[in-house]
Structure formats: C-alpha cells, structure tokens
Design a protein around this ligand. Structure first.
Ligand code: SF4
Length: 259
C-alpha cells in the first residue's frame, strides 16, 4: 500500500559508504577514512526490488564517499534496478578506487554487466588536489571501452561563471580531458557545509548557495539509504523496507538527499 507522503516517490539512492580515497576541502560530508562501513549488497538489492514493485522508480543512484571501494554492493543494486526496469541507473564516483589497471578493467566491466547507464565522474580543482588524474583518466578510458555513458561532473565555487583561482584550475582540468570527448555535465555549486565551511569560508561571505539536496519530508521524492541501513527514520537491517515506507511519518526536520 502506498504512503500518501510518498506519492511522488521516483528515486532511490544509496550512500554505499562514507569511506573515500579523496580528501577534498570542499566536501560537504567533512573528513573521510580509507575504509569503513558499507551497505549490505543483498539487503540493498532486495530493497530496490520491493520499492520498485510498488512505486514508479525512474532512477537508482549510488554514491559515497567513494562507492567503487565496494563494487559488489554497487553492482548488486544496479543489477536489481535493471531487472526491475528502472530506466536511469547512475553512479557518482571520483574514479579512484585502486591503482591496479586490471582491477579497474574488471570493476568497469562489472558495472557494464550490471546495467549502469550513467556515470558522473567528479573532476575539478578540489578532487584533483589528492586524486591522481592519470588514474581517473584510466578509469574513464575503461568506461568508454565498455560503452557506459559518462559525464564529467565538476564542483564550482561561488558560481559556474565566477573567476576565482579554484574555478580557473577546474577549467584547466576539464580542458585536459578534451582529447577524450567526454560531455561536461552542469556540475554543482559548492554550498557551505562540512569541509567547505571550514576551509572555504571566505567565499561564503557574499555568496550563500543553498544545499540543493534538501527535500520536503511531507513530499518525499527520493528514498535515501545510508551505509548503516538507516532510511526514512527506520533501519532496513532490522525492519522490512515496505513496512518502513508504509509507516513513514514526516518530522519537522528537512530530509537530505542527492535529489
Ligand atoms: S567530495 Fe567526494 S571524493 Fe571528495 S572527499 Fe568528499 S566524498 Fe570523497
């Protein structure tokens, strides 16, 4: 039975893990470690099947942290989405989960086999402070060989047009991919949260970009799972996902998702 607060639900997203290979000064989540808790692959895939069996889900997205530190979970989720006929199956990745080229090949092949059809690759002045570009390019080359649609997804500071030094460096990094002919997505404008608030505060004196990921808890369009299984005030490791959805009641707090 559908919950009236979820009438417009059309997206499921999974924070696969908060572990990350990046150490970005703009990261809204703050600091990360190299390894950590990750979502259970079988339970997450089962949740996709159950939700998509009731709601007209258009998108399943996986991100992190760096989701490809745990490719088995990512692939299980997208394989379930493919099986359920969900049209858009997305990953946001920084492209750096190993330096082993054979492992990059195997992981990208597994993504293709699971039906991933939209990869957003984070490249910009912030990510490339700690993430080596040659590995990101190697990842992008494998994605192109496997014919998975790929977009570059930069983070911009203040606005996409602003001429601060970070944006200038981001434009140079994007130019360095021009030989690969990868489309450049709209990216996102950094908002003041987590590390961005700590390290880039000077840029938010005159500019206050809003967190675009806040949604109305009384009109949930996106169900968001965290690595510990928390979702909509319940926990999918302890409760059936359909029961969580059926019993969901909005609180006054705004929900945060990548929608
Ligand atoms: S912005 Fe992305 S890649 Fe960078 S530290 Fe945060 S989660 Fe990792």
């Amino acid at each position: 039975m559908q919950n009236s607060y979820l009438t417009n639900l059309q997206k499921i997203e999974f924070v696969i893990t908060y572990a990350c290979t990046g150490r970005c000064i703009h990261c809204s989540e703050g600091d990360h470690s190299d390894c950590g808790e990750h979502i259970d692959a079988d339970i997450a895939a089962d949740a996709v099947r159950k939700i998509a069996g009731i709601y007209p889900i258009q998108t399943v997205m996986t991100f992190g942290g760096e989701p490809l530190l745990y490719p088995h979970a990512v692939c299980a989720i997208h394989a379930a989405a493919t099986e359920c006929g969900v049209p858009r199956r997305q990953i946001i990745t920084n492209g750096f989960f190993t330096k082993d080229l054979a492992r990059i090949h195997d992981t990208v092949k597994a993504l293709a086999d699971s039906g991933v059809n939209d990869i957003l690759l984070s490249v910009d002045a912030f990510h490339q402070k700690t993430i080596p570009l040659y590995i990101v390019r190697a990842f992008a080359e494998e994605v192109q060989k496997q014919k998975i649609p790929l977009r570059l997804q930069p983070a911009w500071l203040v606005s996409t047009e602003d001429n601060n030094p970070y944006n200038a460096e981001t434009r140079a990094i994007l130019d360095s991919f021009s030989d690969m002919h990868i489309p450049i997505g709209g990216g996102n404008v950094i908002f003041p949260a987590g590390n961005a608030l700590k390290y880039l505060a000077d840029y938010f004196v005159d500019s206050h970009p809003e967190n675009p990921y806040i949604e109305d808890p009384a009109d949930v369009r996106c169900v968001s799972f965290d690595p510990a299984g928390d979702v909509l005030g319940g926990n999918v490791y302890r409760q059936d996902i359909l029961s969580i959805l059926e019993n969901y009641q909005p609180s006054d707090d705004k929900e945060e998702s990548s929608c």
